[in-house]
Each structure stands twice: as C-alpha cells, then as structure tokens.
Design a protein around this ligand. Sequence first.
Ligand code: UT7
Length: 334
Amino acid sequence: MGKTTAAITSVSGYIPEDKLTNFDLEKMVDTTDEWITTRTGIKERRILKDPEKALSDMGVIMIRQLCEKRGIEPSELDLIVVGTVTGDYRFPSTANVICDKVGATNAWGFDVSAACSGFIYSLTVGSQFIETGKYKKVAVVGADVMSSIVNYKDRATCVIFGDGGGAVLLEPNNEGLGVLDTIMKNDGSGRQYLLQKIGGSLTPITKENVGSDEQYIYQDGKVVFKHAVTSVADVSVEIMERNNLTGEDVNWLVPHQANLRIIDACARRMGLSTDKVMVNIEKYGNTTSGTIPLCLWEWESQLRKGDNVVLSAFGGGFTWGSVYLKWAYDGSQK
Ligand code: UT7
C-alpha cells in the first residue's frame, strides 16, 4: 500500500443571489465599468444582503452540499477547517458555529486567518490530519463575506471584493492521488499594505474611533500588485520544478482571483495556455478565501481522475503559496 495522501472527494460552493455590477458601482463612487474591467477583469460580484445571515450560514450550505454529494451525513465529519477573515465573530471561530448549525456533532473545528491565501493554508493544514492517519473525513471551507468589511465609499477597494466561497472534502487515498506537495510562505513586513487597521488588540474599537474609515479594509493596490505578480508566479514555478512538471504536464491552474493581469502573468510564467486556467473573476470578483474552491466547484465536471492541478494564491500578510494535487475522480460522473 502506498503512502496515504489527502484526496479531494467532493466539492461544493455558494454564492449569494444579489449582484453588484460595475454599473451599480458607477452610481456609488467615481469609477467606470471600463476602468474596472480593464484594470481587474471584474464585471460583477455577489453580496450577502440578508442582515440575519453571516459566514456560518454560507458555510452550512457548503457543508450540507458537500456531504450530500458524497452520500454522507455531517455527523461523519471529523474536522472542519475554515479559511476566512470575515468570521461571524472575532471569537468563537466560525468553524465552531458551523459544526453546531450543520449537526457535525462528531467534529471539532477552527478558523485559519491568511487573507486571500486562506483556502490553500487551510487545505495544507487539513491534509496533515489525513496524511497522519488521524482522521478519515476533513472538510475544508474557504469563504468570505467581504461586504462586511468593505467601505462602499472607497473606490480603491469596493470595486474589487465580493462574497462567496466553497468547500472540499478530504479523504485518505493510497493510489497516489490527492495533495502531493505544498509550499506555503509569508512575509509579515507587508502587513501595512493590505489590512483592517482597527478592531484588533493593537487598536481596539473605542467610542472615539468607531465609525471611522479605518474599520474597513485598506489596500495599497500598487504595492500589493507588485509583490503578488512576482511571488505567485515564483511559487507556482517552484512547485512545478520540485515535482518535475512542465507546462504540458499541468492540466489546470486554479489561481486566486484578485486581478486578471496577475493570473495571466502567472500562467505565462508556468507555460500554460489560457484554456488550462480557471478564471471566473468577471462574475464574482475577489472573494478572498473563497476564490479557489469557487473555481473548483464551477469546473468540477471538467476535472478528470489523475489531472495535475496547481492551486496558487497571494494575499494580505503577505501570505502566498502553491498546492500541487492529482485530482481523484471524474467530475463528470458526480
Ligand atoms: O487579493 C489579495 C491581493 N490583492 C491583490 O493582488 C490586488 C493587487 N492590486 C491590484 O489588483 C491593482 O493594484 C488594483 C486593481 C487594486 C488597482 O489597479 P492599478 O492599475 O494598480 O491602479 P492604481 O492603484 O495604480 O491607480 C491608477 C489610477 C489612479 O489615478 P491617478 O493617480 O493615476 O490619477 C487611481 O486614483 O486609477 C485611479 N483609480 C480608479 N479610477 C477609477 C483607483 N481606483 C479606481 C477606480 N475607478 N475604482
């Protein structure tokens, strides 16, 4: 029997119904559909408008769908890992809340905070519990409600982000399928370029600062772009080289959806044609931890057993990394 790896055996996703288009944004801030489309590739994004709903409600839908597709009950899950920066509360973790709401009575869970790298960090963590033989069923969620921290008066950020996400189920595999390699990186000296400035222990919310623009997401887009475009391509090429993969061998690149120009540059460095790159940024914008599982969910029917898949992301922190996996089932048969 070969080494035990963590294989993705089911994928789910959720996007809220309400759309916020570039034309809607033209009426809210000084921007144009033309600027947003050419600079980012985004045409519209989804917004979780129901004031009664939060990240955990999206997560519950994802976990239910994930289990139904695999023919199991949430009570069979051992662990739920949630990559997010927009949990229901600062604490307790949203994984806790999801376990309760979905009836994952035999699971424990925790959240992973790595901004736009949240899903690949969480996938790396979740895989370890399968590889060691400790658990048989681990759910990894990547999702965000970015509308809860976006300032809709700031044109530098409000045109970029949206709400949504997805989840994957990890199970043991002994045929050489599943997660085969991961490279995760971070550089905390980049923290001032993409962050939520107040609300943490450094600067708690007070009577004086409540309502200030600093409670929302801040990004120095130009600086982040420069780091992202180089780092995400470097790490994607590094994981290919380490696993003796050429552009021909890679069937799919699943990139974080922050900017179409970053995605194109990464694919070029990897030697991939555009038909091998999953891109849905035009419909959902940047859903932070949600982008990669949302792509897997949308492309599932095109994925084949044995496909070489590279997942790559860059985000606030800075955090970035790549995962190399072999897809474990024919998506068309799901
Ligand atoms: O997902 C996590 C990691 N994040 C990223 O990877 C995002 C990386 N950054 C980016 O994707 C890009 O930097 C942005 C899309 C955020 C911005 O694009 P850019 O080409 O870097 O634009 P810029 O910030 O350099 O701004 C260019 C001009 C400026 O005007 P001036 O100074 O040249 O007159 C901005 O004020 O565009 C202006 N501008 C806008 N104009 C219309 C900035 N935002 C807007 C807007 N509409 N929404």
